[in-house]
Design a protein around this ligand. Structure first.
Ligand code: TXA
Ligand code: MG
Length: 339
């Protein structure tokens, strides 16, 4: 398939909107990661998304809207806490799960009677959805299992030749996917940590819990109980190990590991920029916010540089750290060393 590379001009966005309206696939920037979009009203287009990504068909898509009015057209009743979250954080890096209306076909929600909805902040994303004239179903625009794309070159690498068009919208500001909150159970539940933190949500007076699968993944280096969590996600080809703890101890441990592995091409993802020898060093940034922005891109870069094993420092625990740690642990398929 011929893939068009489009820019963020009015004309190009109009063209992208037309492609989506006519059942095609367009990758587009959002403030979190690039999405792979199709009309959320078109079951055949949804199927094409699964094929292009190699995504298992039991994994539902997020429906992207460009206004609260459009949101209300695809969901059933909006509970009070969800309304609070919409008021405070939409548009923004958050996704809410609500009961769906029948206009959203089963192919989009993988047969569930609920739908995940996101109103992105990114201006290009908003313009595209407006031009398409329909809500846009979109997962992250990576091959299934690979790190989510945060730069247009990542999308081109994974999707060129597989989809109709890619809008080049520069780098994504947040860098990890949206926070997902499920409002269809007894109490709102964070299913995936992201750009809007648990503290942000508590601060607007909304009561939420954090899914125990996230916490199990974070709190233990043993095999997690939830079967779905055992699969590698966001994984580069290189084998990633997270080294976690106080800064100095983390650095010493990684130095030791580099010595043990001196015959392998090794990389270090650092927060502090320590003086590691014999390793490709990439800087994640000194805060978790920066770490989030750089993480997926760095994982892809290690592969490009031919690095075989990566040691990722993790030293900071703050509200934003949960989103970073969640992706790191998955990229590392649970190889975590606590020091
Ligand atoms: O920031 C983001 O959320 C990005 C951008 C493109 O918007 N999208 C994204 O989509 O990360 P994806 O498909 O990579 O991740 C969506 C997650 C999946 O883990 C899926 O299982 C979950 O959302 N999900 C979607 N609909 C759901 C539903 N009705 N119930 C439970 N989980 C759902
Ligand atoms: Mg994804």
């Amino acid at each position: 398939m011929e893939t068009k590379i489009l820019q963020t001009t009015e004309n190009d966005i109009k063209e992208a909107g037309r492609i989506i309206r006519n059942g095609g696939l367009v990758a587009f920037p959002t403030e979190t990661v690039y999405g792979l979009g199709a009309s959320a009203f078109d079951p055949r287009a949804a199927k094409k998304i699964y094929a292009a990504k190699g995504r298992p068909s039991d994994n539902p898509l997020i429906v992207h809207v460009c206004s609260e009015t459009q949101l209300s057209e695809v969901v059933g009743e909006i509970p009070d806490t969800a309304a609070k979250v919409i008021d405070a954080f939409m548009p923004g890096p958050v996704t809410i799960i609500l009961k769906k209306k029948t206009v959203i076909p089963d192919e989009v929600t993988a047969g569930l009677d609920t739908v995940a909805i996101r109103f992105p902040l990114d201006k290009t994303a908003q313009a595209l959805i407006r031009e398409a004239g329909v809500p846009v179903a979109a997962p992250s625009a990576n091959i299934s299992g690979k790190p989510s794309p945060t730069k247009s070159k990542h999308v081109i690498k994974d999707m060129f030749g597989r989809i109709d068009a890619i809008i080049d919208g520069g780098d994504c500001a947040v860098g990890v996917e949206s926070t997902i909150i499920d409002f269809t159970g007894d109490k709102p539940l964070i299913l995936r940590p992201g750009g809007i933190t648990y503290d942000d949500i508590l601060n607007i007076g909304a009561e939420v819990d954090i899914d125990s699968n996230i916490l199990q993944l974070i709190d233990t280096d043993k095999t997690p109980k939830c079967p779905g969590m055992k699969y590698k996600h966001y994984a580069p080809d290189a084998e990633v190990t997270v080294v976690e703890g106080e800064k100095k101890a983390v650095q010493n441990k990684i130095k030791e590991l580099l010595t043990e592995n001196k015959n392998v091409m090794a990389g270090v993802l650092t927060m502090n920029g320590a003086d590691y020898d014999n390793a490709v060093i990439l800087h994640a940034g000194s805060t978790n916010k920066e770490y989030a922005r750089n993480l997926f891109s760095a994982l892809r870069e290690f592969d490009e540089l031919g690095v075989k094993i990566v040691f990722a420092e993790f030293c900071e625990q703050d509200a934003y750290g949960l989103a970073v740690k969640n992706r790191l642990y998955k990229a590392a398929a649970q190889r975590v060393i606590h020091v």
